[in-house]
Design a protein around this ligand. Structure first.
Ligand SMILES: Cc1ncc(COP(=O)(O)O)c(C=O)c1O
Length: 399
């Protein structure tokens, strides 16, 4: 028996592909500094952990498909605190983390064969989701030299065809850390208005910006184009809740909300316990995310400065999230990432990076790049940088 063709073409995440090699290195007694994955090392708010300890509802039932009232009310409070008073339990669907919200947004806006514009490099799961739904991702290139900001409207418009249905971007961006300006977001708003497209904004890193201009959310424009806009959100990074699988989708388009609910019904329910834990966000002091923002900014500074001091590395200063795309002085960054795990160690220690090609449609494009997630404490990051410098010197000598 042969599995479906769809299974064959589903891409494997370049972020996770090398995990068996890192496991093997660890078995050999080598300590691996994980800079490959956006898995923060910061503690989950205590009030959330306590709610988990105090869980005593039995039987453990299904939750409503679109989210529990408790969870949806908590999300409403979160958006109201941000000043978006129109967001409510009627225009929000609770999802199994941001990943499901991405799947929903793609499924609802595009048919198989339709085209979805993304700014490249882009979050690698966009490719996986698009492949699952038979959607064609159309990459719009951004470059290190322009800080990965959007190109001109003329350049974007060249990629639009009668099959284009939507534009998707993450802001702050994974993997580049770029935070788009108001002018850039307006450019997209005008584009989707003019050409009758959907605009999907993935804002799971909203709180983590390091620039002296405010983050511009799609929510600021939602009332202006209510039928075209979709927000994707997640609690994973905001509250260090990656394992609880909590996210949501917001739209003022009733058909989108009804469609999202139909999609949600197909998997019956999100986790009841997870949603109870996530609902505690209303008790989390604002200082929690503020402190994390400061910590990530300090890590960003350390990582950026450290990388610029390594000969041959080309980087641009990230403005948000906790990632940096770096071009290395190697021909094939994936080979280098593998070598780091299989053939290299410095004092029984090495680093794990995500090969850059996974964030591009054409894998030859990101061939010399890696994505580095600065999700470790500063002392560990310093050591990781030291290891990377030694490793590159050795590799460039032998390669
Ligand atoms: C840009 C972006 N969107 C969405 C997600 C999905 O995260 P989750 O499914 O944990 O909410 C991630 C995770 O890394 C991400 O980087």
């Amino acid at each position: 028996m042969k599995l479906s063709k769809r299974t064959d073409i589903l891409p494997i995440s370049s972020i996770r592909k090398l995990i068996p090699l890192s496991e093997r290195a660890k078995k050999k007694g080598i300590k691996v500094f994980h800079l490959n994955m956006g898995q923060p090392d910061v503690k989950t708010p205590q009030v959330m952990i306590d709610s988990l300890k105090n869980w005593n509802i039995n039987p453990l039932s299904y939750a409503p498909s679109g989210g529990t009232n408790e969870y949806l009310n908590a999300l409403e409070t979160y958006y109201h605190d941000l000043g978006f008073l129109f967001v409510n339990t009627g225009n929000t669907i609770g999802t199994i983390a941001g990943s499901e919200a991405i799947n929903m947004a793609m499924f609802l806006t595009c048919d198989p064969g339709d085209e979805l514009l993304v700014f490249e490099p882009y979050y690698s799961s966009y490719k996986t989701s698009a492949t699952m739904f038979g959607i064609k991702l159309i990459p719009i290139k951004t470059t290190i030299s322009s800080g990965f900001h959007f190109p001109s409207i003329e350049t974007i418009e060249v990629s639009i065809t009668p099959k284009t249905k939507a534009v998707l971007y993450s802001n702050p961006c994974n993997p580049t850390g770029t935070v788009y300006t108001k002018a850039e977001i307006k450019l997209l708003i005008n584009l989707v208005k003019k050409l009758n497209l959907y605009l999907i904004s993935d804002e799971v890193y909203r709180e983590y910006t390091f620039v002296d201009r405010p983050h511009v959310s799609i929510l600021e424009y939602m009332m202006e184009i209510p039928d075209r806009t979709i927000l994707i959100d997640s609690l994973s990074k905001r509250y260090n809740l990656c394992g609880a699988r909590l996210g949501n989708l917001v739209s003022l388009n009733k058909e989108i909300i009804n469609g999202a609910l139909k999609y949600a019904m197909s998997r019956l329910s999100g986790g009841l316990i997870d949603q109870h834990v996530g609902s505690q966000l209303v008790h989390v002091p604002k200082s929690y995310t503020k402190e994390m923002q400061k910590e990530y900014e300090a890590r960003r500074d350390l990582m950026f400065e450290g990388l610029t001091k390594i000969p041959g590395i080309n980087v641009t200063k990230p403005e948000g999230a906790f990632y940096i795309m770096a071009e290395l002085p190697v021909d094939d960054a994936e080979k280098f990432c593998i070598w780091l795990l299989t053939d290299f160690q410095d004092n029984q220690e090495t680093v794990m990076l995500a090969p850059g090609y996974g964030f591009y449609s054409d894998s030859s494009d990101g061939k010399r790049q890696v994505r580095i997630a600065y999700v470790l404490e500063k002392d560990k990051l310093k050591r990781a940088l030291e290891i990377l410098k030694i490793a590159l010197k050795e590799y460039c000598h032998i390669a």
